[in-house]
Design a protein around this ligand. Structure first.
Ligand code: PMP
Length: 355
């Protein structure tokens, strides 16, 4: 017996882990600087850590109240109804829920190239097919409605990543609106705002409140430092009513994740420290990397180093793990997550030495 034909499915390539790299190099994890997965270099929200410890005593019970409380808090924060907040196991889980709610077998989706791999993976899991729109290095990976519309052919879902991973560019709100205007009624524009807190641009949540064809994705993995908890959500159009109740996996996020998320939402100090630190690190990288960099609104910077795999390997030997962006379709680049000053300086030195 075998699984169904999975030949069109490709495994997700995560940034290199610190333990596996430490083993490979024969060093301890503490000796390494890991800036390969856009995690929070300042750690988790301290308030979330306290909440996790407290919640540990009650994990024998299914999460019901905490999930409802988190949904309510997020709805209040974004001025939407509870039904518009689809809490999930990470932003990736929320992408699955959107695909599950929308895609009929054979429906097509449109994703950026280069771009984040999970949109296509999720669509394929749900028997969808995948088309691409290019973002061009020649114009600094600029994101406009026309750039997408040139490739658009009635797809069911169009994914926009703003700020974009790995390029760092944004699609201005007016362009998102124009894109939604120009696409068919049955096309959903998903604006992935996983990195929105690092940017100063207005969020597309405004469009979620106003229209029935835009959804926004958010995560607790980045600015709140809860990547290991797996917590994210989609904000969906008001007209979608009870769709979430029909498609979500029961207890979509764990008790620990929900409690940590609730505490992290109250932790303005940690958010501020993280955002300030990331902005400082971006500037440091633009100023000190001896290669072309792309201005980023996320907690990472894309650097054009020539041979990404070679530079990744050389930096690793020097104890710094960056992201080789070959799997994103950019073999000439690496992506470096914003670190603390010491981490960022070490990474810049390692990459410069490798150039
Ligand atoms: N969207 C983008 C653009 C991302 O980079 C990531 C994380 N790598 C996610 C969504 C999903 O993050 P998570 O599942 O950890 O919430």
């Amino acid at each position: 017996m075998e699984p169904r034909d999975l030949s069109a499915h490709v495994p997700y390539e995560a940034g290199r882990g610190i333990e596996e790299t430490a083993r490979e190099l024969g060093v301890t994890p503490e000796e390494l600087t890991k800036l390969s997965s856009n995690e929070n270099a300042w750690g988790p929200s301290p308030k979330a850590v306290v909440a996790l410890r407290e919640a540990a005593a009650t994990v024998h019970a299914y999460p019901k109240a905490s999930h409802a409380n988190l949904t309510e808090q997020l709805a209040n924060r974004f001025n939407v109804t509870d039904e518009q907040v689809w809490v999930a196991n990470g932003g990736d889980g929320a992408l699955d829920y959107l695909a599950r709610a929308l895609i009929e077998p054979g429906d097509r989706v449109l994703v950026s190239e280069p771009g984040f791999a999970y949109y296509a993976m999720s669509a394929r899991f749900h028997h969808g097919r995948v088309n691409h729109y290019p973002l061009e290095k020649a114009d600094g990976f600029a994101q406009t409605a026309d750039r997408v519309l040139d490739s658009y052919d009635g797809e069911r879902i169009v994914y926009v990543t703003s700020p974009h991973n790995p390029a760092g560019t944004e699609m201005p709100l007016e362009e998102v609106e124009r894109l939604a205007d120009q696409t068919a009624d049955r096309t959903l524009v998903v604006v992935d705002e996983a990195y929105a807190e690092f940017s100063e641009s207005p969020s597309a949540v405004k469009l979620v409140r106003e229209r029935d064809d835009v959804a926004v994705l958010r995560t607790f993995s980045k600015v709140y430092g809860l990547a290991g908890c797996r917590l994210g959500y989609a904000l969906v159009p008001p007209a979608w009513g009870d769709a979430y109740a029909r498609i979500n996996t029961p207890f979509a996020a764990s008790e620990l994740a929900c409690r940590a998320g609730l505490a992290a939402l109250e932790d303005d100090e940690h958010v501020e420290k993280t955002v300030k630190g990331a902005r400082r690190a971006r500037e440091y990288m633009y100023d000190n990397l001896e290669c072309r960099t792309f201005e980023s609104q996320g907690n990472f910077v894309l650097a054009e180093v020539g041979d990404g795999t070679r530079v990744f390997e050389a930096a690793k030997q020097a104890g710094v793990i960056v992201r080789d962006t070959t799997s994103f379709g950019l073999p000439e680049c690496v992506r470096i997550t914003c670190g603390t000053p010491a981490m960022t300086e070490r990474a810049v030195e390692a990459v410069n030495d490798a150039l």
